[in-house]
Structures are given as C-alpha cells and as structure tokens.
Design a binder for this molecule. Structure first.
Ligand code: AMP
Length: 397
C-alpha cells in the first residue's frame, strides 16, 4: 500500500492545483513524434477537471540548461493536450515560467480550466532545487500533485522544492500506478520472479544487478553488458563492447548469484558483425569465442531459446534494456524474441522505461505487457531499491 496521499485524498473543487507532469516528449521540427507521456497524464487531469479544480500543468523538456530555448518550448504540448482533452489548454508562454502570462491566465481560470506553464528548465534554479523558483511555482497554486514518475528520481523545484510551499501535496494516478506495479513486482513478487537486463553498459546497472540478486529467482543478462560478464568467465569478445574495469565486479556478481541460489543466465551464442551498422556481414558464434575484428550485436538463436525457456514458468518478469542493437533490423531478433516470450506468459510482465519500452512498443507487443513504465532513469533507480525524492517529498497519508 502506498503511504502517500493521492489525488483521491484531496478536496480540489475551486482550488488551484499545480500538477507536475512528465511531458518530456520527443520532438522533430516542432512536431511530437510519440505522445505516450501526454496520454499517460490524462487520467489525473481528467479526474481533477471532473472535480472542478483549476489545473495548472508544468513539466520540463530536454536540457535547455537554465535558459529559454524556443526549440524546447512546451507550446506543441499545449496544442496536443487541447486536442486530447477537447478543450482549450491555455499556454502561458513566459520565458521565466512564472511570469505575466502565467499569472494572468491563472487569475482568469474557471473551475475545470487547464493552463500549461513553459518548460521549467528554462529557469536555472529548477535543477538546483532553489527556493526562489519553488516559491514562485507554489504562488500560483493551493495544492500540488506530482504525476511525473519519469522525473521523480530528481530533486528539483518542480518535483520536490515546491511541496514545501503549498497547502497539501499528493501523487497523481500515473505515479501511483508506476509505484504500485514496480513496487509490488520487486518487493512482493509472485514467484518465480525473473529479471532480464540488457542495454549497453554494466556501469549503468551495477546497483540494479546487485539489488535484484537479493530479490529474484532468475537473473538474465543480455545486450552489450553481457560481454563484460563473458570476459569475467574467461571468454574472448573481440571488438564487442567491454568495460574492462568492471570485469572484477562481474565476477563478484556471478559469485553472489551462486551464493544466493539465483539462476544466472548469460548468452551462450552471439550474433557478431564486421561493422556497427545494419547492412554488414554477420554470423553467429559461441559468446566467448568472438574473433578480433568482429563485434557482438545481438544474442544468438540458442540464447533466445534459452532465455525464453528460463522465464517459461515465471509469475513475475521485469525487463530493462534491449538484448542487442534493436535499432538495426538485423540485430533486433534477440530483443524481439524476449518481447515475444514475455507477451506469451501468464505472468505479471513489467517493462522498465527507456529503450526497452520503446523496443516493446516498436515491435508491437506493448498492449500484451502488464505494465510499461514511462520512466527510464526513475524505473532503474526503483529497481536499485532507492527511494525516489519526488515521491518522498509528497505528504504522507
Ligand atoms: P541502455 O541505454 O544502457 O539501456 O542501452 C540501450 C542501448 O544499448 C541501445 O541503443 C542498444 O542499441 C544498445 N545495445 C544493446 N546491445 C548492444 C550491443 N551488443 N552492442 C552495442 N550496443 C548495444
């Protein structure tokens, strides 16, 4: 059970409610190319509208480094939100975020109206969690709701500082859903519990591996990070990704798995390529026998079957990180096989955000998973067992 207040615990009618969302969506020439993060925020916004709140939305986008940058304006998000909500979402286009436009728009709000503020990272105080900007944000509102799971691992003004200057704070439905799914999976899993980790670097996932070894029955490692483990087992990996300074750590983790009785699976075969591109010569070899001049870009056929088999009886599976360079079609087969195997399970299947979420959606398995997290970094920190500052800052029930 979540110990934090949620939107259901607030009396919002006629109140100004500042809602921190994660509208950090990909843009190409001012056009939003994936609006998943916007649609994910709708349940909270709609609930607040139904209850007659005055809703002031805020978010960051990209890394403007504390300065206004027209290319990272949230104006396209206001437009998309207007379409999705079927109302006019007023965009307060202040370069200083809480400026004349924002103040006027908020003063003119009726119950159920929605205003969107400009990119919070246009202000240099935002990422430093400085009180000046936190107070300005809070001055627009009576209540605060954090629904930005993807930003909740950062202690910024709009995720943490602002909570100190409003009457009450709560988490939104998206945040509640993320915490419930990820939290239950990791802390109260229905067993057998398997985790699958991939992606490029061991160093990004050191704490995740270490923490998950305390929790899982099976840990599967693929992707670029598997080669460091292959070297730890005495293998040769040619020109594959390798973090030589993490080989000792990989050895430690292999020993820890043994000690804990965790089934620890690494790729047994690898699809190797001459060059890092789709159209290049490729073939499959045993993982520890990659010749120089070749690099591993995907798990091989035997490994795909091995991994699928290893999760066959699992009742909870958490996956973070692709099995290969899925952006290249020729090397997407391993990632696809894992997505396919997970989709077929009668189990709780959870996809950590970032690349694995993109891969699952891109491969068309999105609606066959129990939960796809909207937060990459945040879900990783959750899997490390860390408490997220943006959640901690919210009022307890
Ligand atoms: P991460 O951000 O650490 O989750 O890593 C995701 C990235 O890892 C994706 O862009 C993949 O293309 C990349 N990746 C996965 N497997 C490999 C590999 N064998 N070699 C190089 N990059 C890989």
């Amino acid at each position: 059970m979540l110990q934090k207040k949620t939107v259901d615990d607030l009396q919002v009618t006629g109140k100004r409610v500042l809602v921190r969302c994660d509208f950090n969506v990909p843009l190409q020439n001012g056009v939003i190319t994936d609006d998943n993060r916007i649609t994910a925020a709708l349940p909270t916004i709609e609930k607040l509208r139904k209850d007659g709140a005055k809703i002031i939305l805020c978010s960051h986008m990209g890394k403007p480094k504390g300065e206004p940058n027209p290319e990272l304006s949230l104006a396209p998000v206001a437009k998309r939100l207007s379409e999705l909500l079927n109302i006019e979402v007023v965009f307060a286009k202040d370069d200083n975020v809480v400026g004349e436009h924002a103040k006027k728009a908020v003063a003119e709000m009726q119950n159920g109206d929605v205003v969107l503020l400009e990119n919070t990272r246009f202000r240099k105080e935002e990422t430093k969690n400085e009180d000046t900007f936190s107070k300005e944000l809070a001055s627009l509102a009576d209540l605060y709701v954090n629904d930005a799971f993807g930003s909740s691992h950062r202690a910024h003004c709009s995720t943490v500082g602002v909570t100190r200057f409003v009457e009450q704070s709560a988490v939104g439905y998206l945040m509640e859903k993320e915490i419930t799914f990820l939290g239950n999976a990791v802390n109260h899993p229905v067993r057998p519990f398997a985790a699958i980790l991939g992606g490029s670097k061991v160093s990004d996932k050191i704490n995740v591996i270490n923490h998950l070894l305390e929790k899982v029955d099976t840990l599967i490692i693929g992707g670029g990070m598997a080669y460091t483990f292959a070297v730890a087992q005495g293998g040769h990996v040619g020109d594959s990704l390798l973090e030589a300074d993490k080989v000792a750590y990989a050895k430690e983790m292999i020993a820890k798995a043994k000690e804990k009785g965790v089934a620890f699976l690494l790729p047994v075969d690898t699809v190797i390529a001459k060059e890092f591109k789709n159209d290049t010569e490729y073939k499959t070899v045993p993982t520890g026998e990659i010749p120089d001049g070749w690099m591993g870009l995907d798990i091989g056929e035997k490994t795909r079957a091995l991994f699928a088999d290893a999760i066959q009886d699992a009742k909870t599976v958490v996956w973070n990180g692709p099995m290969g360079v899925f952006e290249f079609e020729n090397f997407a087969k391993g990632t696809k096989a894992v997505a396919e195997a997970m989709a077929a399970l009668d189990a709780t299947t959870i996809i950590g955000g970032g690349d694995s979420a993109a891969a699952v959606n891109q491969l068309g398995y999105g609606d066959q998973m129990t939960h796809i997290s909207t937060g990459g970094g945040a879900s990783l920190e959750f899997l490390e067992g860390k408490e997220l500052p943006g959640v901690m800052a919210v009022d307890d029930k």
